[in-house]
Each structure stands twice: as structure tokens, then as C-alpha cells.
Write a protein that binds this ligand. Structure first.
Ligand code: 5GP
Ligand code: ZN
Length: 113
């Protein structure tokens, strides 16, 4: 297994976890870009957003989004936050295990660089 986030899933690499259940894990980003910056990943290896299956992963995708919503509130982001999913090299993805970034507690700007 040569995937950084799969190693976090099995505990081979430590992470500061916010939440875990049988399907997903949320943990703080190691290089936070905002006062709140955590990642939500599925436990099963899915490389990119393109690899998410509309049928088999439908419930998983919803679970990730609603967990992002709940954890953002718990982290004090009631006034707003940003969710980002970078897809593949052109989208700026560096770890090829699908993840949602949740960033908050500072003003976000548009467009992204
Ligand atoms: P991407 O650029 O693929 O959308 O985001 C990958 C994210 O993973 C980056 O924000 C990066 O800081 C974070 N990251 C990379 N390695 C580790 C690690 O070992 N632990 C944690 N917690 N985050 C990591
Ligand atoms: Zn993986």
C-alpha cells in the first residue's frame, strides 16, 4: 500500500483525528491554511473525485458532506467556511486518495490561485 491517507486509515501514520466512524475519518491538515483546516476522507481508497461511483458511493458522498457540515459547526464555523475537493494534477491534488478540505475562521477569497 503506497497511499499516505490509507496509512492514516490503518494508523501507520499518526493524525490528529476529529472524527471517525466505519466509513470515514476527519483529521487536521498537517499544513493548515486557515485557523480551521481539516480533511475528510473515506476509509476505502478512492483516488480522485472522478473515481467516485455515482451508484455505489452515493451514500458515502452524502455522509462526507453532512459530516463536513456538522464538524464545521462544531469547530466554530457557523459564520461560514469553505469546502474544497481538488481533483487530479490540474485541480491541484497532491494526495491521490479523495479528500474534502474544510477551511474556516478566516475570510476566504475568490478566485483561488
Ligand atoms: P491536496 O493538495 O491533495 O488537495 O491536499 C492534500 C493535503 O494533505 C494538503 O493540504 C497537505 O497539507 C495534507 N497532508 C499531506 N500530508 C499529510 C500528513 O501526513 N498528515 C496530514 N494530517 N495532512 C497531510
Ligand atoms: Zn488511499
Amino acid at each position: 500500500m503506497d497511499c499516505l491517507f490509507c496509512k492514516i486509515v490503518v494508523g501507520e501514520i499518526p493524525a490528529r483525528k476529529l472524527y471517525e466512524d466505519d466509513q470515514i475519518i476527519a483529521f487536521h491538515d498537517i499544513a493548515a491554511q486557515a485557523p480551521v483546516h481539516f480533511l475528510l476522507i473515506p476509509k476505502k481508497h478512492i483516488a480522485t473525485l472522478h473515481d467516485l461511483d455515482a451508484e455505489t458511493d452515493n451514500a458515502l458522498a452524502g455522509h462526507m458532506l453532512f459530516t463536513a457540515q456538522r464538524l464545521a459547526s462544531e469547530q466554530g464555523c457557523q459564520d461560514g467556511f469553505r469546502v474544497v475537493v481538488n481533483c487530479n494534477d490540474l485541480g491541484g491534488q497532491t494526495v491521490h486518495h479523495i479528500h474534502m478540505h474544510v477551511l474556516g475562521k478566516r475570510q476566504m477569497h475568490w478566485p483561488p490561485g
